[in-house]
Design a protein around this ligand. Structure first.
Ligand code: COA
Length: 384
């Protein structure tokens, strides 16, 4: 198809909303043979970035037809580098080009235009996340646009069962006040890679349902008293209700998923005492909880993480339309051993790519990409 001149401009809610939603519906993300997810933004295509401190959505037009879209957000995070341990980072997401207009440079032009906006706002590093099998996206960023592969976090997904899960009577679970959660995160997670410097805003956002700590029953949690201490083993996490801003829907399901779902239903009917979790109906739009800011300390903390995850699961059973619980952790993080998830629904290696936008940051990037990843990585719920 012949292509007129490409015009890239900021998204205009009045003019573009319906066309952007239509484009999103027409775009499969990822390789055709895999399951793909559609995002239903509930009439607000900009909802995924709206909670970030600074954001933009750009659209590409050709002969007045909307042919591409991209979103970006900016924040300050912890990045271990010489002199100061922080950087202004620009996150790239939601890149879509109409299937009829691909391989004509529109995707690259949108990213380059977004990079200009990042630079105008003093961003040091740009980064993006993609499925490692998404060849088009990986090649576009790494071969065409000089991004380098950076981290491979794991996205862990657990279905919400109809029944609640057993919670160990040996574990105490307590909800923290926002100020207490903020103190704890500053004390124990501020040095974690990509920890956002506006953590207080995340915790105060209405989508953040709260922060909970778990510790062995019988020990006391007096961390917030003068001279107070944390127990010998403890764990914490916060929960973000992503389903309140957008819904997901699976567009294609591998045969294995269907066979698995059917067998589970059958076994559940014959042996109800097994209390098997049934697979959720993922073909209709559904919401999800995102667990973020997971942290643990002490020799017994693995079991405490598991208790917290079960607690969140039980919360989710009471939330209408919440079908899965998602979390994303560093690729080598041993937390994975204690978080319940279904392999079939999860992605063991998401791929983050990064690029230095300023010359003086090239050294930082070299250091970052040549040092093995510290096991912990903070994944911002606003970027899910
Ligand atoms: C990924 C996507 C945005 C690329 O858009 P595009 O306008 O086709 O990209 P460009 O024309 O600028 O391509 C630039 C380079 O990317 C690489 N590339 C793009 N599509 C590719 C494909 N299908 N296979 C292999 N490489 C590809 C090539 O190196 C290409 O350069 P070349 O055409 O000179 O060989 C588009 O395929 C898309 O919308 N996919 C579905 C949504 C998606 O996966 N988004 C990415 C989420 S992070």
């Amino acid at each position: 198809m012949a292509l007129g001149e490409i015009k890239i401009r900021s998204y205009d809610m009045q003019m573009d909303r319906v066309r952007v939603e239509d484009l999103e519906r027409r775009c499969e993300v990822g390789p055709a043979e895999h399951v793909f997810l559609f995002t239903d933004t509930l009439g607000d295509p900009i909802c995924r970035i709206r909670n970030s401190p600074l954001y933009i959505m750009l659209v590409a037009e050709s002969d007045s037809e909307l042919v591409g879209v991209i979103q970006g957000s900016i924040k300050i995070v912890t990045v271990h580098k010489p002199l100061k341990d922080q950087a202004s980072v620009g996150y790239i997401l939601g890149l879509r080009v109409s299937p009829l207009h691909r391989r004509k440079g529109i995707g690259s032009s949108l990213v380059l235009k977004l990079e200009e906006w990042f630079l105008g706002n003093d961003v040091d590093l740009a980064y993006m996340a993609t499925e490692k099998d998404n060849e088009a996206s990986v090649k576009l960023f790494t071969e065409k646009l000089e991004f380098v592969k950076f981290r491979t976090p794991a996205i862990l997904v657990n279905p919400v069962a109809r029944r609640t899960m057993h919670l160990s009577p040996d574990v105490e679970i307590v909800k923290l006040e926002i100020e207490q959660a903020e103190c704890l995160y500053q004390r124990f997670m501020a040095s974690t890679e990509f920890f956002p410097h506006d953590m207080d805003k995340i915790l105060r956002n209405k989508l953040s349902l709260g922060t909970w700590v778990a510790y062995p029953r019988g020990e006391s949690w007096d961390e917030f008293e003068p001279d107070g201490r944390v127990p010998t083993s403890w764990a914490m996490l916060s929960v973000w209700n992503s389903g309140d801003i957008f819904k997901l829907r699976v567009g294609k399901t591998p045969l294995s998923y269907l066979i698995y779902a059917k067998s589970l239903k059958l076994i559940d009917r014959i042996f109800p005492c097994f209390k098997l979790a049934s697979l959720p109906d993922v073909f209709h739009p559904f919401g999800f909880y995102f667990m973020y800011g997971l942290h643990r300390e002490g020799p017994r903390s693995g079991a405490l993480v598991l208790s917290l995850c079960r607690f969140v699961h039980n919360m989710a059973t009471k939330c209408h339309g919440c079908k899965i619980i998602v979390t994303e952790i560093g690729g080598c993080d041993t937390l994975r051993l204690h978080i319940p998830y279904w392999k079939l629904l999860s992605c063991s290696e998401d791929l983050w790519c990064i690029k230095a936008l300023k010359n003086e940051e090239k050294h930082t990037l070299f250091e970052l990409t040549n040092t093995p990843s510290t096991s912990a990585l903070f994944v911002d719920p606003r970027e899910v």
